[in-house]
Design a protein around this ligand. Structure first.
Ligand code: NAD
Length: 344
């Protein structure tokens, strides 16, 4: 897909390409939709092939955030920032640049963590703007990554019920052991699940083996690993048509955004009877916690995050009843809630 096609497909309200000339830093801030409320979405720092690839990622991720808000019944819309990473990047300058841009948007867009962005980076952003999800002086939304992991675990529990297997008897393949993947493994291990894991950083996989008795496999093998549930917690685009045809998992539920590599992949899994909790339903914990803080100044309780299980379960059941892939159904519901006129 060209970047022009990607822009048209995502149909964002506003896309800013911003530069810090002195530091030679480029970032993109995409605001997808603010009809339900201000846009929310974290900052991804990644080595993109070029500006077009970064643009395509930013707008697709921002769009997914709009759907996530709608399904989570949060009065907010979707946004996303990406920083074009490279050797020798002046990391502080990059986050200052995003912070200044978020400040200029004056509350139309709230930002927070995503792949490549940790609390130290968000502190740099917070020096430039207050529209960022970060605890300051003991006040703030709390641990957003933990909220995401709790939400994914809740969704996985709903999936397990539909697979007629308690979580404690599942074998779960976790791809990616970063901030969310690690915490998800901890919760799954505590519930008694067997884990098979992989990460491109071998030390992270070894740490999961030591802490949770996980079996480690090479990154190239995790998608073919025999398991009950695949939990993609690395990057998007992992479920291609070919992967979906061969997948041995009985269900899919993870944290990674935009897991399908193309439109037909979800249909293949649906045809094969493999339920997939839509990514933007399972991974809404950070959004729910961050947006509730920004919009209402409140910290959400566990019960609010557990509603993800109910949403996931209802979607999976309706998808079976209506014979459509859960992700297609979830998009339909999201579009209806946002106003019905957004592009697919
Ligand atoms: P992270 O950067 O902390 O972790 C990602 C991990 O995946 C890293 O350990 C990385 O080495 C690993 N990885 C990358 N490519 C891999 C591959 N091919 N095989 C195996 N491992 C690979 O990111 P995170 O915050 O844990 O987020 C994980 C995913 O969940 C991302 O897609 C993110 O967009 C999504 N997500 C995160 C949050 C959140 O609260 N952090 C919220 C919603 C969605």
């Amino acid at each position: 897909m060209t970047s022009t096609d990607a822009l048209a497909a995502a149909d964002c309200e506003q896309v800013l390409v911003v530069r810090d000339r002195d530091a030679d830093v480029t970032a993109i801030v995409a605001v997808h939709d603010t009809r339900l409320g201000p846009a929310h979405g974290g900052i991804r720092r990644w080595r993109y092939a070029d500006l077009g690839a970064a643009l395509a990622d930013a707008v697709a991720l921002a769009q997914a955030m709009t759907w996530k808000c709608a399904l989570a019944e949060i009065a907010a819309g979707g946004g996303k920032s990406v920083i074009l990473d490279r050797d020798g990047l002046d990391r502080a300058a990059a986050y200052r640049l995003v912070g200044r841009t978020v400040a200029q948007l004056g509350g139309r867009y709230f930002t927070g963590p995503d792949v490549g962005t940790g609390d130290d980076d968000l502190r740099v952003v917070a020096d430039e703007t207050r529209f960022v999800a970060l605890d300051r002086d003991g006040a703030g939304p709390g641990d957003l990554t933990a909220a995401t992991a709790t939400g994914v675990f809740a969704a996985l529990t709903a999936l397990a019920e539909r697979l007629h297997t308690p979580v404690g008897r599942l074998r779960v393949a976790v791809q990616g052991l970063g901030a969310v993947g690690q915490q998800l493994c901890r919760q799954l291990h505590a519930a008694g699940a067997q884990l098979v894991v992989s990460d491109v950083v071998p030390a992270r996989a070894e740490a999961a083996a030591a802490a949770f008795g996980a079996t480690v496999v090479a990154p190239a093998d995790i998608l073919a690993e025999p398991c009950d549930v695949l939990a993609p917690c690395a990057l998007g685009g992992v479920l291609s048509d070919a992967v979906c045809e061969r997948l041995t998992a009985r269900g899919v539920c993870g944290a990674a955004n935009n897991i399908f590599a193309g439109d037909s992949a979800a249909t293949i899994l649906h045809r094969r009877g493999v339920p997939v909790v839509p990514d933007f339903v399972a991974n809404a914990g950070a959004l729910i916690q961050g947006a509730t803080w920004h919009l209402h100044g409140e910290r959400v309780g566990e019960a609010r995050l557990q509603r993800i299980a109910r949403t996931a379960g209802e979607l999976l059941d309706r998808a079976v009843a209506e014979n459509v892939p859960p992700s297609v159904l979830a998009l339909r519901v999201a579009r209806e809630r946002v106003g019905g006129s957004l592009s697919p």
